[in-house]
Design a protein around this ligand. Structure first.
Ligand code: PMP
Length: 278
């Protein structure tokens, strides 16, 4: 679906997977005015299809759109589009336990704009792909590398929203870590280079005794939907959960560490390498 500035999105349509035509001067191509989301459809034992909290992705996209000066679809439009995409691709949803259908909504500035200002037109689109495990380790524990050279986000930046601009700058950190045999990177805050933020596409938790802690979201960390579910479930079953600053030293001393995200679900961490320490 398309809409121009100060308008609301009209109803979209389903079409076969294919290329998107863009103006060379599109806001997304020139200034990175774009947001994405990620959610999954699962098949239940009885064959029914489940979506994982798509309304939460819709709300996160609205918050992101406000930050990035974009028009955003309504929660209803977003959820309907995700549902329609899942139903239209039903045959690609693997059987229970064999993976899921990853659904990727995008909101991009498609209107031409030469000067640095918001795009005059936006496009909301959704595509999907069946997926298995995110990490090649499958369900084996991850080996994470703490990178204190590259940062994912800075205070006042767009790290708190799912802006496409947050991802290309860490490709170098990820490929360097993967080249050395690590599964992913843990980023530290850019001010003190001491506090844990998150991994490339997931949030981090640590367990010490009966307390579960996770870095507080202070604008530089993406507020994961899985993160919120895990906090709620852990509290429901009697754990104390703290959202606060977590130093890297504390993470290294934890009893247990795990990461959460739509792509990874919940993944256990086997080792963390920081400054030559493991
Ligand atoms: N942090 C980052 C940087 C991410 O890209 C993601 C994936 N959306 C997450 C955390 C986890 O968020 P969620 O649980 O909503 O997938």
């Amino acid at each position: 679906a398309k809409c121009t500035q100060n308008e609301t999105f009209q109803q979209g349509r389903l079409s076969d997977y294919g290329n998107v035509e863009l103006s060379p001067a599109a806001g997304v191509l020139n200034y990175g005015q774009g947001l994405f989301e990620g959610t999954k459809a699962f098949r239940g034992e009885d064959g029914r299809i489940f979506l994982f909290r798509p309304d939460q992705n819709a709300i996160r996209m609205q918050i992101g759109a406000e930050r990035m000066c974009m028009q955003s679809p309504s929660v209803q439009q977003f959820v309907d589009a995700v549902k329609q995409t899942a139903i239209a691709n039903k045959r690609w949803i693997p059987p229970p336990g064999k993976g899921s259908l990853y659904i990727r909504p995008l909101l991009i500035g498609t209107g031409p704009i030469l000067g640095l200002s918001p795009s005059p037109e936006y496009t909301f689109l959704v595509y999907a792909s069946p997926v298995g495990n995110y990490f090649k380790e499958g369900v084996a524990p991850l080996n994470l590398y703490v990178d204190d050279q590259f940062h994912r986000a800075t205070r006042g930046g767009a790290g708190g929203v799912k802006s496409i601009t947050n991802y290309a700058p860490v490709l170098k950190a990820i490929s360097r870590a993967k080249g050395e045999g690590f599964s992913d990177v843990i980023y530290l805050d850019s001010v003190h280079k001491k506090y844990v933020e998150e991994a490339s596409s997931c949030n981090i938790f640590l367990v010490k005794g009966n307390v579960i802690s996770t870095p507080a979201t202070v604008g530089t960390i993406l507020e994961g939907i899985t993160r919120k579910s895990i906090i709620d479930i852990a509290r429901d079953i009697g754990y104390k959960v703290e959202e606060r600053s977590v130093s890297i030293d504390e993470l290294m001393e934890a009893d247990e560490v795990f990461t959460t995200g739509t792509a990874v679900s919940v993944a256990t961490v086997g080792s963390i390498t920081y400054n030559g320490r493991r």
